[in-house]
Structure formats: C-alpha cells, structure tokens
Design a protein around this ligand. Structure first.
Ligand code: FAD
Length: 335
C-alpha cells in the first residue's frame, strides 16, 4: 500500500513513505507504465515536476486541447485507486537504504515538504530535453529553445502578432512552428541546418512509419529552408533580427521578435546515472539509459522507459512504458 513507514504519522507530514512501484516522470512512458502495473494491485506512486501529467508532448495548459489519447490516459489513471499521482514533485537526491527496500531510496520534495520514498521497484521515465547551442546573442530576451517556445505557448505565453524565426535541426522545429502558428504568431523562417542530402535520406525512411509520414506532411511549412544556420541574433535589450547563413556563401538577415532554437534532443539520464545505471541506449548514440528486453537497467530493481533510453517519439515511449510497468509488476509474459 501507499503509506507512511510510521503509521502514526500524518501522511501529509511524514518524512518516510513507502510504495511498491515508484515511477519518475508522468509523460507517455510513465503513464503507460502506471496503467500496465495497476491491475496487479501494486501500490504505485508516480511523480512529475510539472503541475499536470503528460510530459513534453501532452503538456497541459490554458492554450491546450489535449489529444484524445492523452485524455484517455489521464482518465484511466484517475480510475485506479492504487495509483497515487504526485505532480509538482521532484527527486532531489538519494536516501538511506533500508533492509526492506528492494530498490534505491530516493529523496523527494514538493512545494511544501520533503520526504524519503522507499519502494520495491523504480521506473525511470524521465524523458529528454532539447539541446541548445550558444551563438552570439543567444542570451537576449526573446531567444528560447524551440521545444521551450512550444511549452511556453502551451502554458499561456501570448505570441499573437509576433514574428518568430525557428532554427536548429530536427522534427521538433516543425512541431514548434505549427504550435506558434496556431497561437497567432507569424513564423517567418524555419531554418533547418541539415543539408538536403541528409534530409532526403530521412524522408526516404518515412513510408516505413505511415503515421509519422502523415504527421510530417501535416507539419510542412512553406517558410522552411534546409542548409540554413544561425550566425547571430541581433538586438540591444530584446531580439530584433537574426542573421542566417544559407549554403556556403550567402547570408540573410530577418527582422523578428523571437528566435527559437533547438539542436536535437538529449536523454535525461542524470537520475539514472546517480543511481548507477549504465548508459548505452542504442537510439541515442549510446547516451540513453541501457535497458534489456524487460526494460531493466543495470541496477537491480530499477527499470527505464521512453526517451530516457533513446529517441523514438511518444509511440515508442508508450510501448516501452507498458513493458516496464508489466515487468516491474512481475508479469514477464505480458511485458
Ligand atoms: C521540449 C520538448 C518538446 C517536445 N515536443 C514534442 C512534440 O511536440 N511532438 C512530439 O512528437 N514529440 C515531442 N517531443 C519529444 C517527446 O519527448 C516524446 O515524444 C515523448 O513526450 C516522450 O515521452 P516520455 O514519457 O519518454 O518523456 P516526457 O514526455 O519528456 O516525460 C518525462 C517527464 O518526466 C519529468 N521528469 C524528468 N526528471 C524528473 C525528476 N527528476 N523528477 C520529477 N519529474 C521528472 C519531466 O518533467 C517530464 O514531465 C518533445 C521533447 C522535448 C524535450
């Protein structure tokens, strides 16, 4: 059961709590893990540092209409009384291991308190973050990550009427451009630094995943240019323009109010590494947490799923999360 270790203590103020399965991260992977493990009857605690579950792709906020799949996951979560969701909660360190623990003990905190969380299993669903590389002017107000701009818009940033340049590399640029356009901004350029040859290779793979191909087509943007690099953001107290290099010899300067840059994703492995988990996720160039076929990491009792193990989008995160949830519940066949 989800309960304080010392029963006489008020749960709100207890300093030690215990559950069967502790899931870190309530994105697609964490939600799928919780829902897969729930029918076993295990006491599940799922924590996330955001105010609402959903992770990156299903981030909730005043400007968001959640997709049906996200709503279904949230509704299913609420139906399981053995799942305890703790939003606004993060892991801040390692606690003292007790003999009854089968997994490492973690220190958690929310806005009001801190406590030690004991568990038999931990599932790390900590996702990924975007890589932002520096360039002249990158600290000016108005420069953000591409995914960060998307997240800010979802939680209420008003970009109506603003001119935005989105730059860097990867599919997230197009997703960010679509979000900004829907929110009333004018996306004046999507500058993809990869050359056409690399993009053609990527496009050739898309028919293998029809859903992704349809999604890519729906995100196509007439302002998108390949082989286009950010050289400098100009402005004194705020972004006023961005200078881009087009091909080997040509430059262009575009007046704008915001520049949103992302250079791909990096798996969030700090927590896993703190626990001693080995790296080696193959879809992340070896930077993700290494897992076996049952999503077990190299540390006993610790599983990992989703983008913390490598990249592949929400579909892969959902499948891996479900596998980890079943495996953590001892349901090897289902996993
Ligand atoms: C900025 C950004 C924007 C993205 N936007 C899109 C998009 O529009 N479309 C798309 O297809 N893909 C997008 N992605 C890719 C996206 O990460 C995956 O498609 C999908 O969300 C991965 O699911 P996940 O459950 O593995 O991780 P995530 O959805 O990233 O969920 C991980 C969760 O764990 C939480 N967390 C991490 N560490 C801790 C900790 N120590 N304590 C508590 N909580 C913690 C995070 O806050 C997060 O809520 C985006 C990625 C990023 C980084």
């Amino acid at each position: 059961m989800n309960q304080p270790v010392t029963p006489s203590m008020n749960e709100q103020h207890s300093t030690h709590e215990r559950c069967d399965t502790l899931i870190i991260g309530a994105g697609p992977a964490g939600l799928a893990a919780a829902l897969a493990a729930a029918p076993s009857g295990a006491a599940i605690t799922i924590v996330d540092d955001n105010p609402q579950p959903g992770g990156q792709i299903w981030r909730d906020g005043p400007q968001v209409v959640l997709p049906a799949l996200a709503q279904q996951h949230r509704a299913a979560l609420a139906r399981h009384t053995n799942i305890r969701l703790l939003p606004g909660t993060r892991v801040v360190g390692l606690g003292d291991f007790q003999p009854s623990d089968k997994a490492p003990t973690l220190l958690l905190e929310d806005a009001d308190r801190g406590w030690t969380q004991h568990s038999h299993r931990i599932i790390l669903c900590t996702g990924a973050r975007e890589l932002l590389l520096p360039f002249p002017g990158w600290t000016l107000p108005g420069v953000t990550g591409a995914g960060a701009l998307q997240a800010l818009i979802k939680v209420g940033l008003d970009v109506r009427g603003q001119r935005i340049v989105i730059a860097g590399t990867g599919p997230l640029l197009l997703a960010a451009a679509a979000t900004a356009t829907q929110a009333g901004a004018t996306v004046v350029r999507v500058a993809e630094q990869a050359p056409w040859s690399a993009l053609a290779g990527f496009a050739m793979q898309l028919p293998r995943w029809p859903t992704k191909a349809v999604q890519a087509l729906s995100l196509l943007n007439t302002r998108w240019r390949a082989n286009s690099h950010v050289l400098e953001v100009q402005g004194t107290t705020q972004v006023q323009a961005v200078r881009l290099r087009k091909g080997p010899h040509t430059e262009e300067t575009i007046a704008c109010d915001r520049v949103a840059c992302g250079f791909g994703l990096v798996p969030n492995t700090h927590l896993g590494q703190m626990l001693g988990c080995a790296l080696g996720g193959p879809l992340s160039g070896g930077q993700g947490l290494a897992v076996d076929a049952l999503m077990r990491t190299s540390v006993p009792g610790v599983f990992a799923a989703g983008e913390a193990t490598g990249f592949g989008g929400s579909e892969r995160a959902l499948v891996q999360g479900a596998m980890a949830g079943h495996a953590a519940a001892g349901q090897v066949q289902q996993a």
